[in-house]
Design a protein around this ligand. Structure first.
Ligand code: SF4
Ligand code: SF4
Length: 297
């Protein structure tokens, strides 16, 4: 059915059948299950951008502090597109697990934790350029929730677990990654600079905000004052813009309009600097020669 997919979690023993949101699953998780917290003690949680935004706010940290304290980087593909996972103890216990009380950030827990044991699959179906969201079921021995009697549709499960809001916020990012995967070598390996911008716009919003509000950025792109005041105040607006900007960075789409003639102006400025450097170098050499001759007199 599909030839491309983005799995969340990226490595999981997912049952290979992908199904739609109308499918009913048999599952329940509550404090009374015998395995309560077992999944958080072997956590393999890949983070999407909105997960990072919610967690850093919840923990009252800057992006840098959160990235440093709670995440480990990994490469999502052979071109080095950067991904993030939650940091765990050496035994695999999530650092945000609060003993027997369970998740200490439950209302802000990441997408993977909300969905588990369902996995979200972003797939590109044949003859369609639009990605479709499908699901599969992860069955791991330690998870006894599958033995519970409750039946629920995936659509209702997504509502119950608060996945809908998270998917709405991350959807454009999933699409970017799927497009990158689908295009394969056609778009080439992103430059080191593009990968750094991808990391910053996806996960390090505080730094990305400084970048977007810088004079150099303002002088390069045609964006309104209303836009700048929006991204200054709102992480969500900044995240949305980041996904739009990444289409330009990764796929050279003209998703953000540039100031007319900016590149010609930059080249001209560089030429001025280059001419000045050349002139200074010529003068320095001439002085060396003059000084040498003076010494010979
Ligand atoms: S973030 Fe919360 S739900 Fe997710 S693995 Fe950690 S403790 Fe468990
Ligand atoms: S039922 Fe599954 S999801 Fe719930 S606590 Fe147990 S292992 Fe985790």
């Amino acid at each position: 059915m599909s030839d491309e997919k983005l799995d969340i979690p990226f490595t999981s023993p997912a049952v290979p059948n992908a199904f739609g949101s109308g499918t009913t699953i048999r599952f329940n998780c509550h404090k009374g299950v015998s395995c309560f917290n077992a999944c958080c003690k072997r956590a393999d949680v890949t983070l999407a951008p909105y997960d990072v935004l919610r967690l850093k706010k919840r923990l009252g940290m800057t992006s840098e502090e959160f990235l440093d304290k709670h995440t480990v980087p990994f490469q999502m593909d052979q071109d080095g597109v950067p991904g993030l996972k939650m940091k765990t103890t050496d035994e695999g216990v999530c650092l945000l697990l609060d003993g027997e009380n369970g998740c200490s950030v439950y209302a802000d827990r990441p997408t993977v934790c909300r969905y588990y044991p369902v996995a979200l699959l972003n797939v590109r179906e044949k003859d369609s350029s639009d990605p479709a969201e499908k699901y599969s079921l992860i069955k791991e021995e330690h998870c006894k929730g599958h033995e519970e009697a409750r039946e629920i549709s995936v659509a209702d499960y997504r509502q119950e677990q608060g996945c809908v809001e998270y998917d709405d916020m991350n959807r454009e990012w999933y699409r970017l990654i799927l497009k990158k995967k689908s295009a394969g070598p056609a778009v080439g390996k992103p430059s080191e600079m593009s990968l750094q911008v991808f990391f910053m716009a996806s996960y390090n919003l505080d730094t990305f905000r400084r970048f977007v509000l810088s004079d150099s950025f303002r002088n390069t792109y045609k964006l309104s004052d209303v836009f700048y005041s929006g991204v200054e105040k709102s992480d969500e607006a900044l995240l949305d813009f980041g996904f739009r900007f990444l289409r330009q960075v990764l796929f050279a789409e003209r998703s953000v309009e540039e100031v007319t003639g900016i590149w010609e102006k930059r080249l001209a400025e560089r030429k001025e600097v280059w001419d000045l450097r050349t002139k200074m170098e010529v003068e320095r050499r001439q002085k060396e020669i003059d000084d040498r001759y003076k010494g010979d007199d």
